[in-house]
Design a protein. Structure first.
Length: 361
C-alpha cells in the first residue's frame, strides 16, 4: 500500500510499505478521508509546539515513521483478537487517546484521568495512508446521518465538548470565544446549545466572523478594529464575562497569538470566572498569575471526553445543531495531495480556509 513516511521535520515521502495487520485490541482501517490538524502542521514544520521534543526524539531515533493524521473517516477491514466495540464494515472515526494501562491511575481503575494516553498518529501510525492500524478503544462507529466530511472533523468537536463539560457552562452565562478557527467555531456553536445567554466571538478576519454570526454568535469583535477586553467589559457593563474559550493561542510562527490572547481572556473575565485554552500554547510559555490570583479564576486544562460526551458530539452533528460542512472550504482528491493540504492548512488566512484542507482517497 501507499503511505507518507516522515524522515525529519519538513521531510515526508510517499512510499510503498507493507499492509498493516490487526494485533490484539487493534483494528485496521481503510481510509476514506482525512485532514491534518493545524497542530500537526506545526509539528511537521518543527515549530515549538508542546510535543516538539517528543517528536524530534522519535524522528532522530526511529525515522522513517508513519507520523501524523488522526482526524479521519474510514472503514474497519480487519479486527484483532479481543475487539468488541467495532466490527468489520463499520464506518468509524477517532475520538480520544487510549489509556496507557500502566500508570498509577490506570492501575487504580481511573483510566479516564490517565495523562499518559497513547496518542494516535504519534505513538501509533497515522492515517496518511491507504490503510492504517489503530487501537480499537480510540474509535467509534458513526451514525448514518453523519457525512464522511463531517466525520473527518468530529475529533476536534469531541475535544471541545469534553472541555466544555469541564468548564461547566451554566444557563444564562456570557461566553467569549477567542479565535474562530475550527475549534473556536465549534465552541461558539456548542456554547449556544449548552445554554449560554450571550456568545461573543473574537477574531481578526471579517469573513470568519461573518460565519461565526451565521453559526450562532450574538456579537462579533474584530481585534484589528476594537480592543477585545474593552469591548467585552463594555458589553457586560464592566462586570466581565463568565467563561472564556481561548482558541487562538499557539506558535506565532504559525500565525497564532502566542500567550497574548490567553492573557486577554483573564482580563475580560469576571471574578471567579472560568477559562480554558484549546490553542496549544508554545512549549515553555509563561502566564502571569496576577489576574488569575486576584480574581480567583478557574483555569481548566485538558480533559479526556467521556463516552457520554463522544455520543453527545455525534448527536449534535447528526441533528445539525452543530454544523461542520460550512467550515470545510478546501477538499483535495488523492493521497499525493498531502503536501498541498499541509500548505493550505498551515496558511489558512492566505488561502481563505477555515477548516484544515480535507483529502479524499
Amino acid at each position: 500500500m501507499k503511505a507518507w513516511m516522515s524522515y525529519a521535520f519538513n521531510d515526508m515521502r510517499l512510499e510503498d510499505v507493507p499492509m498493516p495487520r490487526a494485533e490484539p485490541g487493534w483494528v485496521v482501517c481503510k481510509v476514506r478521508i482525512f485532514e491534518l490538524s493545524v497542530t500537526e502542521v506545526a509539528e511537521f514544520r518543527g515549530l515549538p509546539v508542546p510535543s516538539h521534543e517528543h517528536i524530534k526524539k522519535m524522528l532522530e531515533e526511529r525515522a522513517p515513521l508513519q507520523l501524523w493524521g488522526h482526524e479521519f473517516c474510514g472503514d474497519v477491514v480487519e479486527v484483532g483478537a479481543g475487539v468488541t466495540n467495532v466490527r468489520v464494515g463499520d464506518r468509524v472515526f477517532y475520538h480520544r487517546g487510549a489509556p496507557c494501562g500502566t500508570c498509577k491511575y490506570c492501575a487504580s481503575g481511573m483510566t479516564n484521568i490517565c495523562r499518559s494516553a497513547i496518542s494516535v498518529s504519534e505513538d501509533t501510525p497515522g492515517c496518511l495512508a491507504e490503510y492504517f492500524p489503530i487501537p480499537a478503544s480510540t474509535i467509534a462507529t458513526l451514525r448514518p446521518e453523519i457525512t464522511d466530511k463531517e466525520a473527518c472533523a468530529l475529533q476536534p468537536l469531541v475535544s471541545v465538548v469534553g472541555r466544555m463539560e469541564a468548564a461547566g457552562i451554566e444557563m444564562g452565562d456570557t461566553v467569549v470565544v477567542i479565535g474562530q478557527g475550527p475549534m473556536g467555531l465549534f465552541c461558539t456553536q456548542v456554547a449556544r446549545v449548552a445554554g449560554a445567554a450571550k456568545v461573543i466571538a473574537v477574531a481578526k478576519r471579517d469573513p470568519v466572523l461573518e460565519m461565526s454570526k451565521r453559526l450562532g454568535a450574538d456579537i462579533t469583535i474584530n481585534i484589528t478594529k476594537t480592543d477585545p477586553v474593552e469591548a467585552v467589559l463594555g458589553i457586560t457593563n464592566g462586570l466581565g464575562c463568565d467563561v472564556v474559550f481561548e482558541c487562538a493561542g499557539g506558535s506565532k510562527d504559525q500565525g497564532h497569538a502566542g500567550v497574548d490572547t490567553f492573557i486577554q481572556g483573564t482580563e475580560m473575565l469576571r471574578n471567579e470566572g472560568r477559562i480554558t485554552e484549546l490553542g496549544h500554547l508554545p512549549a515553555g510559555s509563561a502566564i502571569p498569575l496576577r489576574q488569575i490570583d486576584k480574581k480567583g479564576l478557574r483555569v481548566i486544562g485538558t480533559r479526556s471526553p467521556s463516552p457520554k460526551m463522544v455520543n453527545y458530539a455525534m448527536d449534535l452533528v447528526a441533528t445539525k445543531r452543530v454544523q461542520i460542512e460550512p467550515m470545510i472550504t478546501h477538499v483535495l482528491h488523492g493521497l499525493e495531495k498531502v503536501p498541498e493540504a499541509l500548505e493550505i492548512s498551515g496558511n489558512k488566512a492566505k488561502y481563505g480556509a477555515i477548516n484544515p484542507a480535507q483529502v479524499i482517497l
